[in-house]
Design a protein around this ligand. Structure first.
Ligand code: TYD
Ligand code: MG
Length: 452
């Protein structure tokens, strides 16, 4: 009997190795290798047709992409103006984040234009029907197929030629040509390649749903990103209702886009004016809170930042932060101690971005510094001031990008004042109708809000 050959594959990037490795040499992911049966290479060449001759780019006819309106402004935005006809879109996210819900809502909108084939390997027809009822969806054009065998799905697509195909989810589908279990790298790749072939040939728009876990252990969307045209990720915190749809890759538009949704009882609802919602609950009376202006994708967002400092009862003070990187908080506390002479060494410091948003951009630094100082000194920062600026290690306030866009948003929301880096103020391109204060260093900024 011949021995079956096995290989070890990285579930994060697809790197193959003959033995198990703790750390992937290609993508540096830890503990991502698992065993798979080696595939016969020829199996991958199935479907190859006659030889295609190269031709000059000049003689190839180009035509504008036909875009399908998704019926949701926020989705159109992340897709770069609508769903491109014939494109392959991957929608990733943690389990339970709302992928199936959002895509079913999208199916409903597209079903006005033609048949939609919704293939689910995760839920039964009754479960999907229950969700559809909940979302008030009763289109005749949405066809449900509870199938996981790619051959049969392929046949069905060929027969129906629908306007849109949805595969929910890629991890549950399998191909008989591959011996490893559903959800493994080789299965997931093979199935995506098969779907891609069929849909590109017939010009059918396709959406593939894929689960990603936080630690990226399950083989999934990461290894598919290079095969598809567009990759969207849905992000959000489990205990908050906001969901951000982010473009990770887009062959037909910018990748710097985000769409905002809110998960409600009646499904995913668009949030067209997020800033208004994010700062609406601010409490005027207490110190340690301020409005900062951050950029998500290309869109400015105003969010409330809060800090609380208390005398530490332990030898080592405690610092916690949510929504902001912990090391960033530590760095800014150090700058406040050294450059602004605030003795925070014996203080516990808690930092929070209200409403579960995560901010990674440096323009929020000034906000972090000022809310911590505000709580420590117990002096309020007025609620009609917005803060923008990166804090450097010498205490300087460094300039940030897209300043005019940010100020416009602050102005639109009716705030009266903003504190921005001096260097940004010098080079403002547009006229703004609010009080703009330029600051050079952290001490200037503390003075500007009345803390020093
Ligand atoms: P789902 O779309 O099934 O997540 P995924 O496909 O990403 O795994 O959504 C799951 C969650 O959404 C579930 O916890 C219930 C919630 N939900 C609502 O809050 N409102 C709704 O209208 C629906 C359909 C689901
Ligand atoms: Mg689902």
């Amino acid at each position: 009997m011949t021995k079956t050959k096995t290989i070890f594959v990285c579930s994060s990037c697809g790197y193959e190795s003959s033995k198990w490795l703790g750390k992937c040499p290609a993508c540096n992911e830890w503990n991502s290798f698992y065993e798979e049966k080696e595939q016969n290479i020829n199996a991958r060449d199935i479907g190859k047709k006659e030889r295609v001759k190269p031709k000059s780019l000049n003689i190839i006819e180009s035509k504008e992409d036909v875009r399908i309106d998704t019926g949701y402004g926020e989705l159109n935005r992340v897709l770069g103006g609508g769903l491109v006809k014939g494109s392959l879109v991957l929608v990733g996210g943690e389990p339970g984040i709302g992928k199936s819900t959002l895509i079913l809502q999208l199916c409903n909108k597209i079903s006005n234009k033609g048949k939609v084939l919704y293939v689910s390997g995760e839920e039964s027809d009754k479960q999907v029907k229950l969700r559809a009822d909940r979302l008030n969806i009763n289109s005749e054009n949405i066809m449900f197929l509870g199938e996981t065998d790619i051959d049969r799905i392929d046949d069905e697509i060929m027969e129906m030629i629908p306007e849109l195909v949805v595969i929910d989810s890629i991890q549950t589908m399998y191909s008989n040509e591959i011996t490893s279990a559903p959800g493994t790298v080789s299965q997931v790749r093979e199935i995506t390649a098969r779907i891609m072939r069929t849909c590109k040939e017939k010009g059918i728009t396709t959406i593939i749903i894929g689960h990603v876990t936080k630690d990226g252990n399950i083989a999934g969307p990461r290894v598919l990103e290079h095969m598809v045209d567009t990759v969207l990720y849905i992000e959000g915190e489990r205990y908050f209702s906001y969901r951000i749809v982010r473009t990770v890759k887009n062959r037909f538009g910018s990748t710097n886009e985000v769409g905002m949704f809110e998960m409600k009882n009646e499904g995913m609802c668009e949030v067209t004016n997020p800033s208004e919602m994010l700062i609406s609950e601010g409490n005027e009376k207490y110190s340690g809170s301020a409005i900062v202006c951050t950029i998500e994708g290309t869109r400015p967002l105003l969010v409330e930042m809060q800090a609380l400092t208390t005398m530490s009862v332990y030898g080592i003070p405690k610092r916690t932060s949510s929504g902001i990187d912990f090391n960033k908080l530590a760095l800014i506390i150090a700058v406040l101690e050294k450059r602004a002479s605030l003795p925070l060494g014996n203080q516990d410091v808690y930092l929070n971005v209200v409403s579960g948003m995560k901010i990674v951009e440096p323009a929020a630094d000034l906000g972090i510094a000022l809310v911590v100082a505000s709580s420590f000194k117990n002096i309020n920062i007025q609620k009609d001031i917005a803060l923008i600026g990166e804090v450097g290690l010498t205490g300087e306030i460094r300039s940030v990008n897209l300043i005019d866009k940010r100020i416009k948003e602050i102005e639109r929301l009716g705030l009266k004042k903003c504190i921005i880096p001096e260097n940004n103020k010098k080079y403002l391109k547009e006229k703004h109708n609010l009080d703009i204060i330029g600051v050079k260093n952290i001490n200037d900024a503390l003075k500007a809000v009345g803390i020093k």
